[in-house]
Write a protein that binds this ligand. Structure first.
Ligand SMILES: [Zn+2]
Length: 497
């Protein structure tokens, strides 16, 4: 039996309408999939019916995974941190809230009623694809989960929005509509229209999430610490969903400029040309997201990795498009600098990227790593080149920010790239600046404090259930303090919305 399916968002203006379709086949048990709540059989259930919500959210989550796999070329075989690595719980309606989250175990969606209107976040393909995007990024980059930089966390949000856009573009009815709307704001580059309308009704127009996020935007990158920590939807702030729009803008404009370079700036692409341009950009994004070192300037790091991936895969055919797109949002890439040898280190690089003891010692000294701080060393590919990524996990004390954080540290990853060049160990691209990572971590944690995202008591960690806690709508904690050995560390518990 066919189901009713909303291909974009219940409130997408000018988007494809709700339609009947055959539900997607279930994923094979040998790959990563979902655990479902009890549900009835597939049928064209009406909007607002719990059965509709189930089939809608299932369809959207499977579409997002299929989009990712189609671009990546590989099946997703395990999730990053769920108890059963093959399964994530898909919870179409986990209670009353204006929210949605990925917490490593589940994709959870909510309902919320203001006056006569109920918002179901799981009814939006945008929102479901966004949360699925968090899970997909997490399985390929689990190291980003605990990173305490604004840009790595904002990138996680941007990746969710990019997955919503890429998932939309895979839909042929959507693509036909998009041919003529690509260059102006439209239903596809706007995400979560219905949920933001719910926020507008419940919390007012000045709430940061009271308008949809747009990927077609003119936001310019600025140091996160120079931005306000919160603001209305029109203002760029250092809050991660707000700041994410800079990267989403770079990605959407990359698609636009690839189309420009292939068919001209004012011609209308065919559906096939549009699909090809989107797939080119999507593949580069996925590869770059997997390869980019976790630097404080992670937007630039991913942009550079996109250029290097394009060089390896397409002979640099899209280099100009990527450069122009990032430049439009005030991010200069200078990709060649990332892998340029700048200094010779002690020691040697062995098989599979093993660094000799003296090479590690030399790096620890140059990075000022304390003896208790760990160095992670792994071999990886960046733009087709095999390099060694050595990451100093610096512990940044947070006690100066808030008394509740006394004795608590956040982990600041400080990656350096090295490779063997003519039998010497060459440092590539330079060392991270000495105090920047501390400043970045503190700015990020200050934003978490301002927006009340740290759970300081246990009850708040498990989520919002009781009516008494409803005043914290959209303030679901994303972080909590955990004991790791003898150290108290600020760690992530979920990505909310
Ligand atoms: Zn999110």
């Amino acid at each position: 039996m066919p189901i009713n399916f909303i291909p974009n968002d219940p409130k997408a203006s000018g988007g494809p309408p709700i339609r009947r379709k055959t539900p997607r086949a279930e994923r094979a048990s040998s790959v990563a999939g979902f655990t479902y709540v009890a549900h009835g059989s597939a049928a064209p259930h009406p909007q607002g019916d719990p059965q509709f919500l189930f089939w809608q959210s299932r369809e959207a989550a499977l579409a997002a995974v299929a989009t990712y796999e189609g671009l990546d070329g590989r099946k997703v075989t395990r999730w990053a941190r769920s108890a059963n690595r093959r399964k994530l719980d898909l919870r179409p309606n986990a209670g009353t809230d204006l929210n949605a989250y990925y917490d490593g175990q589940s994709l959870s969606f909510f309902e919320y009623t203001t006056g006569s209107k109920t918002t179901w976040s799981g009814a939006s393909t945008d929102v479901v694809a966004h949360e699925t995007g968090h899970a997909l990024l997490d399985q390929v980059r689990p190291d980003l989960w605990d990173s305490s930089y604004t840009e790595t966390n904002a990138f996680h949000e941007a990746f969710g929005d990019c997955m919503a856009i890429l998932t939309g573009f895979e839909d042929s009815a959507t693509r036909l509509l998009m041919r003529t709307r690509l260059r102006r704001q439209n239903f596809l580059e706007a995400t979560a229209e219905d949920l933001s309308d719910g926020v507008l009704r419940a919390l007012g127009a000045s709430h940061p999430a009271a308008k949809p996020r747009h990927a077609r935007n003119t936001f310019k990158w600025a140091l996160p610490s120079s931005l306000p920590s919160s603001g209305p939807p029109t203002v760029l702030s250092s809050e991660v969903h707000s700041f994410a729009r800079v990267f989403t803008g770079c990605f959407y404009d990359t698609i636009l400029y690839i189309v420009r370079d292939r068919i001209g700036a004012s011609n209308t692409p065919t559906s096939a040309q549009l699909a090809a341009a989107v797939r080119t950009a999507g593949k580069l994004l996925l590869q770059a997201a997997a390869e980019a070192p976790v630097t404080v300037r992670f937007f630039q790091s991913v942009g550079r990795a996109m250029v290097l991936a394009d060089q390896a895969a397409n002979n640099g055919a899209n280099r100009m498009a990527i450069h122009d797109a990032f430049q439009r949002h005030n991010i200069a890439l200078g990709s060649a600098a990332m892998l340029a040898p700048v200094a010779a280190l002690e020691g040697t690089v062995g098989r599979r990227g093993a660094l000799s003891r003296s090479a590690v010692q030399d790096l620890r000294m140059r990075l000022g790593a304390a003896s208790a701080e760990r160095m992670l060393v792994e071999q990886r590919e960046i733009g087709g080149l095999t390099v060694v990524c050595a990451t100093h996990l610096k512990q940044v004390p947070l006690g100066g920010l808030d008394r509740r954080l006394r004795g608590v540290v956040a982990i600041a990853p400080r990656p350096v790239l090295v490779r063997s060049v003519d039998r010497t160990v060459a440092l590539l691209g330079g060392l991270p600046e000495a105090t920047t990572s501390d400043d970045e971590v503190k700015a990020f944690v200050e934003t978490l404090l301002t927006s009340d995202r740290i759970a300081f008591d246990r009850s708040a960690r498990s989520g919002i259930k009781s009516a008494a806690r409803q005043d914290v709508r959209l303030r679901l904690p994303t972080h909590a303090v955990h004991k790791v050995g003898a150290t108290r560390v600020l760690r992530r518990v979920r990505f909310a919305c």
